[in-house]
Write a protein that binds this ligand. Structure first.
Ligand code: URA
Length: 434
């Protein structure tokens, strides 16, 4: 078999056979197929697409390109969730403890932030002492003991995706639904949970700009998961403004804590309640979504969600006095207001611009080697639908960089104001299940 023939077949719009797809993934992972052929292949897929059967084979080949995690030593149904990436997305920090407090088992592998999106591992590390690298034995023992562990993915999981995703990033081939779906699902499947909830974001800060594209991606992923024997569902959630108010590592941890105390932002609380209800249904802890929602709300009210968050961090070496007394998190040297230059209703907040601005303030990485400033970020004071008078704050920027005037202007420009009242929609728009 020759890679050039496989590329030409895809260029002509024909479906590849199982053998051809496996030949490519095996060869590319081993290094016998070079980057230039892989990028030509990815470009052909971007333009010609793939059939559901091709996508399933590609996902399976990538899943098995490295180590797969065996969670069978954990009793009961193991649930997992994945977000396609957003700004201010601290969902796992609140949702994980809530579902675990309700009896679900969450053995979660998470990632780091890059560019305008943050990562759960970085947020966790803003709590001093927290260790996100457990051995497989420690990981499994912790989930058996307290129902939850959140750790970094080991280098051995899905090496094909690591290579291919890095290549797609620099060859303009990220925006292909078959490639995104197989990339996400191969990693999730390799991580071994029985159920997967996908939070597929759409809007200005998301991979998918429209709800229609998000729906297509969600359906593709749900089909792959179900075909491969996992209960997979998806929600389509709005990323036309950042999630909640806080963007930036320690700032987001504080917001997750407030949410577990019942004082969270409306949109974020709605998202964790809906996602939590679905995960409890998947875990067969509840029989319907309404009971699931009530259970999540009770875990917020009775403090068991917050207690589980403390257990999670304590088990992974974190100093939980920071969770109990969030005022202990060091504050950035500069806290600068961004004031409205006119009055009006907030029509939209460009999340991509807010995410990039938070990165420029020190909260994120432009490249994987950059160091993060845990105290940096942005706290919104107005969300979509809110009214602001001229001179009132739209947001505050937190940074240790003295020279940040330009970023303040970029944050201001991310807010679009209107004279007319703006209707506020839900954050969770649809649930997709087969
Ligand atoms: N996230 C992933 O893990 N892979 C993609 O291709 C896009 C987003």
């Amino acid at each position: 078999m020759r890679m050039v023939d496989i590329i030409e077949k895809k260029v002509e719009g024909k479906a590849l056979s199982d053998e051809e797809i496996r030949f490519f993934i095996e060869g590319y992972t081993k290094g016998t197929i070079p980057d230039y052929q892989a990028s030509a292949w990815a470009m052909a897929v971007l333009f010609q697409g793939m059939t559901p059967k091709e996508i399933a084979t590609l996902t399976d080949a990538m899943e098995h390109s490295g180590e797969t995690i065996d969670l069978s030593a954990i009793a009961g149904i193991k649930v997992d969730k994945h977000s396609t990436g957003g700004v201010g997305d601290k969902t796992s920090l609140a949702l994980g403890p809530l579902v675990a407090a309700c009896g679900a088992k969450l053995a979660k592998m998470s990632g780091r932030g890059l560019g305008h999106t943050g990562g759960t591992l970085d947020k966790m590390e803003s709590v001093p002492g927290t260790n996100v690298f457990l051995s497989p034995e420690q990981f499994i023992a912790q989930v058996n003991r307290i129902g939850i562990a959140i750790v970094g993915q080991t280098a051995e999981v899905d090496p094909a995706d690591k290579k291919l995703y890095a290549l797609r990033d620099v060859t303009g081939t990220v925006q292909s639904i078959p490639l995104i779906a197989s990339s996400i699902m191969s990693k999730k499947l390799a991580c071994g949970s029985n159920t997967i909830l996908l939070d597929v974001k759409f809007g200005n800060g998301a991979f998918m700009k429209t709800i229609d594209d998000a729906r297509e991606l969600a359906k593709t992923m749900v089909r792959i998961g179900d075909d491969l024997g996992r209960d997979t569902r998806a929600i389509l959630t709005d990323m036309n403004e950042p999630l909640g108010f806080a963007v930036g590592n320690a700032l987001e941890v504080k917001e997750a804590i407030a949410t577990l105390h019942g004082n969270g932002p409306r949109d974020f609380t709605e998202l964790v309640t809906e996602a939590g209800a679905i995960m409890l249904l998947q875990a067969k802890i509840v029989k319907d979504l309404e009971t699931g929602r009530k259970k999540i709300q009770t875990a917020i009210k009775d403090g068991s969600g917050f207690a589980k968050m403390c257990e999670l961090f304590a088990a992974q070496g974190g100093d939980i006095s920071y969770l109990q007394h969030p005022e202990k998190f060091p504050e950035a040297a500069y806290v600068s207001p961004i004031l409205a230059e006119r009055q009006g209703y907030v029509k939209s907040i460009d999340s991509l611009e807010i995410g990039l601005s938070a990165m420029r303030l020190g909260a994120g990485r432009a490249t994987m080697r950059d160091k993060i400033d845990m105290s940096a970020g942005i706290v919104l004071k107005r969300k979509v639908g809110d009214f602001v008078e001229k001179g009132q704050p739209l947001a505050y920027a937190y940074t240790n960089k003295a020279d940040h005037e330009e970023v303040l202007a970029q944050i201001r420009a991310a807010f679009a104001l209107d004279d007319k009242e703006v209707k506020v929609g839900p954050v969770v728009h649809e649930m997709i299940a087969l």
